[in-house]
Write a protein that binds this ligand. Structure first.
Ligand SMILES: Cc1cc2nc3c(=O)[nH]c(=O)nc-3n(C[C@H](O)[C@H](O)[C@H](O)COP(=O)(O)OP(=O)(O)OC[C@H]3O[C@@H](n4cnc5c(N)ncnc54)[C@H](O)[C@@H]3O)c2cc1C
Length: 478
């Protein structure tokens, strides 16, 4: 008999959260803490969504998306998770760039960027001040027609080197491009510039383990290997979900699954206005990624002066199409020293190389082509790393690659989207509860609400709305 992963699950809940990405888990935690009866359903066998890790023989642990997030994570984790988690967030101080236009090291905050822009790039101090103030002043209610390119043209006309310094890391962090609304850049860039780049000390496995403990403490029921097929809607409101052949009742659903899947497949067009359906169809998914995971043999080391996060590119200029191309020119290396997991007895060094990628470049390869392409990705990446760390190839114990297909497989994100949807997804996500009472979406959308901090903060916003709904008497009892 197959194992029944819903064995201990009740027949009804106040709220069911579909998906245990950071937004889903945060919503579940806040709602559980507020005293609501919460069920968290995850289709994978692990919690965390894209905030995940995997193990390989030899004591190797690889993190998928633990490369860096803004300082705001400390406050969000302290308020909505616990101090234990917040206190493990530490700064990455050694951020490096190397490309045909410049090579430099920075702490990646406003003070250091001001220094670099004025002394190294020769920009007027007042222009830098005005640029930072403009970016920091941007918010969701601003004009959304100005693009990031227009913003840069206003402050740094003709300076492709400056644009590269300012844009390349943000494109890497949230998939935004020069053609996206400038607010998607301004908000995320300013978040990083406030204090620099931070990381969770202990590794993603430690973080998700602590989050799970907190969820259980707050009374949240958790079921893994439980992929929700459908949200049940009756009379314009949510009444439950269908999962593993069972129907579980609830007054509200928070879906952390991909926005388009949530709206068009799990809820379904029949329950939605035609215009809303069209808006959801028109939402563009964000790009995907490739990664190469490399672990060093026991006893082999990398000097910490190699940096924490290293943005490299061989392209002459910053261009979105080059950044996404399968003919890779840009690689961001994350270095994991034993200090990343101080609790581990086995002191291991690892490097993860990440590159933004197009789903279409990988989707239709047959198995032989796919395997060959992955092998090529691994080999060319080791060659690229070897240019900075001569002899690294001989020190590597294990290397493997992930592609857009890998991300799609593990998270069910359509087209393996790493950062949810483009900007227009935010409006559709926000409008869902007006279409179906009790139906909410929380997860990477609109560029702004993606990344670890964006996802957690979106989970907070949505959980407050769910809480408001749940404290009202249910329509049946009015
Ligand atoms: C390669 C890569 C590197 C990244 N690096 C960084 C970084 O350095 N810093 C940063 O801040 N962000 C980074 N990100 C982005 C960040 O990881 C994500 O934006 C964030 O983790 C997304 O959280 P989420 O809440 O939107 O949900 P996701 O993580 O997308 O999780 C959604 C969850 O829903 C589950 N699910 C889907 N369908 C169903 C269903 N039908 N039933 C049940 N469960 C379902 C999935 O299995 C998954 O667990 C990176 C992403 C990638 C891919």
């Amino acid at each position: 008999m197959p194992k029944d992963f819903l064995k201990d699950v009740a027949d009804t809940y106040d709220v069911i959260v579909i998906g245990s990405g950071l937004a889903g888990m945060t919503s579940a935690n806040i709602l559980g803490r507020a005293g609501h009866r919460v069920l968290l359903l995850e289709q994978h066998y692990k919690l965390g969504g894209l905030a995940t890790w995997f193990l390989r023989p030899g004591g190797h642990v690889f993190d998928i998306s633990l490369h860096g997030f803004p300082h705001g994570m400390i406050k969000s984790c302290r308020r909505y998770w616990n101090r234990d988690i917040a206190d493990r967030i530490v700064q990455l101080k050694n951020i490096r760039f190397d490309n045909p236009q410049f090579s430099l090291t920075t702490t990646f905050n406003r003070e250091d960027f001001t220094r670099l822009l004025t002394t190294r790039f020769g920009i007027e101090h007042q222009t830098v001040v005005d640029f930072f103030d403009t970016a920091r002043g941007m918010n969701f209610y601003d004009d959304q027609t100005t693009t990031t390119k227009q913003l840069f043209d206003r402050f740094f006309p003709g300076r492709s080197d400056v644009v590269r310094l300012l844009m390349e890391p943000i494109t890497y962090a949230n998939g935004s491009t020069l053609e996206d609304p400038a607010i998607t850049y301004g908000i995320v860039f300013s978040n990083f510039m406030s204090k620099g780049v931070f990381i969770y000390e202990g590794g993603t496995d430690d973080l998700v383990g602590r989050m799970k403990k907190e969820l259980i403490k707050n009374g949240v029921d958790i079921a893994i290997n439980c992929g929700v097929d459908r949200v049940v809607v009756d009379g314009g409101r949510v009444t439950g979900v269908e999962v593993n052949g069972r129907r579980i009742g609830c007054r509200a659903v928070v879906s952390n699954a991909n926005l388009k899947t949530t709206v068009l497949k799990m809820v379904g067009e029949d329950h939605l206005d035609p215009q809303f359906v069209q808006d959801a169809r028109d939402v563009r998914l964000n790009n995907s990624s490739t990664q190469v995971y490399m672990a060093l043999k026991e006893g082999e080391t990398i000097d910490e002066s190699s940096g924490d996060l290293f943005f490299t590119s061989t392209a002459e200029e910053f261009r979105t199409d080059l950044l996404l191309s399968r003919d890779i020119t840009s690689r961001t290396f994350s270095f994991y020293y034993p200090k990343t997991r101080p609790q581990k007895e086995k002191k291991r060094f690892a490097v993860v190389s990440s590159t933004n990628a197009n789903w279409s470049d990988w989707a239709n390869l047959d198995e032989a082509e796919y395997e060959a392409s992955k092998k090529d990705l691994v080999e060319t990446t080791i060659d690229a790393l070897d240019r900075y760390l001569p002899g690294i190839r001989e020190k590597i114990d294990h290397a493997e690659a992930a592609t857009p297909r890998t991300f799609q497989h593990y998270t069910r994100h359509e087209t393996g989207a790493s950062f949810g949807t483009k900007f227009e997804g935010l409006g559709v996500s926000r409008a869902l509860p007006q279409q179906v009472r009790g139906m909410f979406h929380a997860g990477s959308v609109g560029i702004i609400m993606s990344g670890w901090l964006g996802a957690i903060n979106y989970g907070v916003i949505v959980s407050n709305e769910v809480d408001q709904l749940l404290v009202q008497p249910s329509p049946a009892t009015v």
